[in-house]
Design a protein around this ligand. Structure first.
Ligand code: ADP
Ligand code: ADP
Length: 237
């Protein structure tokens, strides 16, 4: 469960990117956040894993009191939250499998990662994640040799390999063409449905949101302007 309680974020320089937000997101929900550039979508997502501090108000994520985390709790929270990025953030020069294994870094002793010897169990988890996004056959290909859509599927697999409770995807399809965007949205929807992972996706485009989201949250100037089922979101944002 994620709960914002009168949460606000004001950046240095005075921009209010989140204004008195009250919002609850239940376990396993598939939520899409829509709004124009600058509406506060990234701020909301980054607040959830503690990357952006609240200026005031409360935020509880899976029982973690985010504004008051100890260093240890912060690590715990980060390990429970998988991130997916617009620019994929893959390490181009290494294999797809190694990229996905990076999702296991918080589970694997550092010395093993340094010599590139992951335990068999972690390799199995990574392979299963690649299989889920149907790209296991490219496991030994360098990430740089993949198309954009394939790279984002690897990004999803890396997040899954973390065995997260929550997945946050910040504009995951912004650099993909429309058909590829649909494929990526479909996989995100599936991981939420099949694995029960709470999944929050930021999007520019309402049509993609209404096609996949169980729930759409509309933001404008840091304020919540819509919250409802995907089917009712037209014309609102
Ligand atoms: P997007 O609109 O896709 O979220 P931006 O291009 O606005 O991304 O922001 C890119 C990076 O710059 C982010 O890390 C964001 O936090 C930061 N940023 C955005 N606006 C400002 C600003 N006015 N001052 C300082 N940093 C900013
Ligand atoms: P979105 O993801 O919807 O594009 P953001 O959350 O990135 O919106 O930004 C919301 C507002 O906060 C924008 O006006 C942006 O310029 C500003 N902003 C974002 N990050 C920073 C930052 N690090 N410092 C200052 N202003 C920022």
């Amino acid at each position: 469960m994620i709960r914002f309680d009168k949460a606000s974020v004001t950046y240095k320089g005075g921009v209010s990117a989140m204004k008195d937000l009250d919002l609850e997101i239940g376990d396993g929900e598939f939520v899409v956040i829509v709004g124009l550039s600058g509406a506060g979508k990234s701020t909301l997502i980054r607040a959830i894993n503690g990357l952006v501090p609240l200026t005031s108000g409360g935020l509880n994520v899976n029982g973690h009191d985010v504004p008051n985390l100890s260093a240890k709790e912060r690590r715990e929270l980060r390990s429970e939250v998988g991130m997916i990025f617009q620019g994929f953030n893959l390490v181009d020069r290494t294999s797809v499998l190694n990229n996905v294994l990076m999702g296991r870094l918080h589970q694997v002793p550092l010395w093993r990662t340094l010599i590139g010897k992951y335990p068999e169990k972690d390799i199995q988890i990574a392979a299963k994640a690649l299989n889920r996004v149907e790209i296991l056959d490219r496991a030994y290909v360098r990430a740089t040799n993949l198309s954009g859509g394939q790279r984002q599927r690897v990004g999803i697999a890396r997040a899954l390999a973390q065995e997260p409770k929550i997945v946050l995807a910040d504009e995951p399809v912004a650099s993909l063409d429309p058909p590829t965007s649909h494929v990526v949205m479909k996989y995100l929807q599936q991981i939420s449905r099949d694995l029960g992972i709470t999944t929050i996706v930021n999007l520019h485009f309402l049509d993609l949101a209404t096609a996949y989201a169980d729930r759409i949250i509309g933001l404008r100037n840091g304020e919540l302007v819509f919250d409802g089922p995907g089917s009712e979101a037209d014309e609102q944002t």
